[in-house]
Design a protein around this ligand. Structure first.
Ligand code: FUB
Length: 326
């Protein structure tokens, strides 16, 4: 279906189902969207995210920003992930040497979130999952970032239901919880990947975000601190680490000269959409930059019935991002 370019922006891209957490990547001159697949079931909303009971993934191919995406079919089902039990949450995908690596989180048989990898020879799958999760992985929302030197980095993490706040220095502790007040905020995580893309090549590190005064963000910075949904990209030699602030429903950008950071808070990419969660990706396509995100307008605010949308975003000459409204 060919439509006027502007008419697809902010429109439901996948009307045949509910979908969320879109990771948009450009492969072979097309945009591939890797979303979570929200199920049309009735569940109560809670702070643990128990209503997000997703169990499979579909991949969507977009020839252009004025062409509705094509459903490429089932890419992976949780029953085919040997180590996983429930909740196949936000995924991402990268290509290396002709193989596509699909990263996803799910709860293991003990109920802890882990990160898994599945591979295919084409961007739409179907993907075959590795028998075990990535060693030493935990929490949710993997984003795989290919740097221009050929190195790949995984960033991830989500607090509350995503369990990241239960860890300190990569170790789980039953008494760990989200820092409050002037305690240092929990950070998103990053690790370089091994050459085969299947394991961490190093101990996961914190992605520290500094405020405008050069001070690390703290627990009280609810409108700036990391919550979930990381997306890392590079533009004009600068790394942008972007994410959701969760309970304040913002998408935030931060910037650094170094992939590991520290990153400095930049501002808001997008003001709160309808619905509790905010989760996005950013990709460059044919010289323009696009923000993929989701909202719950069609379901009248049912938090786990979300719709993937996109709109163009623009940068100022100094590299800052102009805030958009959903
Ligand atoms: O879709 C389930 C979870 O909701 C994601 O993993 C989070 O980022 C939030 O969007």
């Amino acid at each position: 279906m060919i439509m006027d370019n502007s008419s697809l922006e902010k429109k439901v891209l996948i009307p045949e189902t509910f979908s969320a957490d879109p990771s948009a990547n450009v492969f072979n001159g097309k945009i591939y969207i890797y979303p979570s697949h929200d199920r049309d079931i009735v569940l109560e909303h809670n702070d643990n995210g128990d209503e997000y009971m997703m169990e499979d993934y579909h991949v969507y191919e977009m020839d252009d920003v004025n062409t509705m995406p094509r459903d490429c079919g089932m890419a992976l089902h949780i029953k085919d992930i040997p180590w996983a039990s429930i909740q196949a949450w936000a995924p991402d995908c990268a290509e290396k040497n002709g193989t596509y690596y699909f990263y996803f989180p799910a709860r293991d048989k003990q109920g802890m979130f882990r990160l898994g990898v599945a591979t295919a020879k084409n961007p739409e799958g179907p993907f075959k999952a590795e028998p075990e999760p990535i060693k030493g992985s935990y929490s949710i929302d993997p984003c795989i970032f290919p740097d221009d030197d050929g190195q790949y980095y995984l960033t991830w993490g989500g607090i509350w239901g995503g369990q990241l706040d239960q860890y300190r220095n990569n170790v789980w502790g039953k008494d760990n919880k989200e820092p409050e007040g002037d305690e240092l905020a929990v950070c998103g995580k990053i690790a370089k990947m091994t050459d085969d893309m299947l394991q961490f090549a190093e101990e996961p590190r914190d992605i520290v975000v500094l405020d405008e005064n050069g001070k690390p963000l703290t627990g009280k910075d609810h409108d700036k601190r990391y919550f979930e949904g990381p997306w890392l990209f590079k533009r004009n030699g600068k790394y942008y680490f972007t994410y959701s602030t969760g309970d304040t429903h913002l998408l935030i950008w931060t910037v650094s000269d170094n992939v590991y950071g520290p990153y400095t808070y930049g501002g808001v990419i997008m003001t709160p959409p309808v619905g509790w969660t905010t989760h996005h990706s950013i990709c460059e396509f044919k010289g323009k930059w696009y923000l993929f995100y989701h909202d719950c307008i069609r379901s009248n605010g049912v938090n786990h019935h979300r719709d993937v949308k996109f709109q163009e975003i623009k940068f100022r000459d100094d590299g800052s991002i102009i805030t958009v409204n959903p």
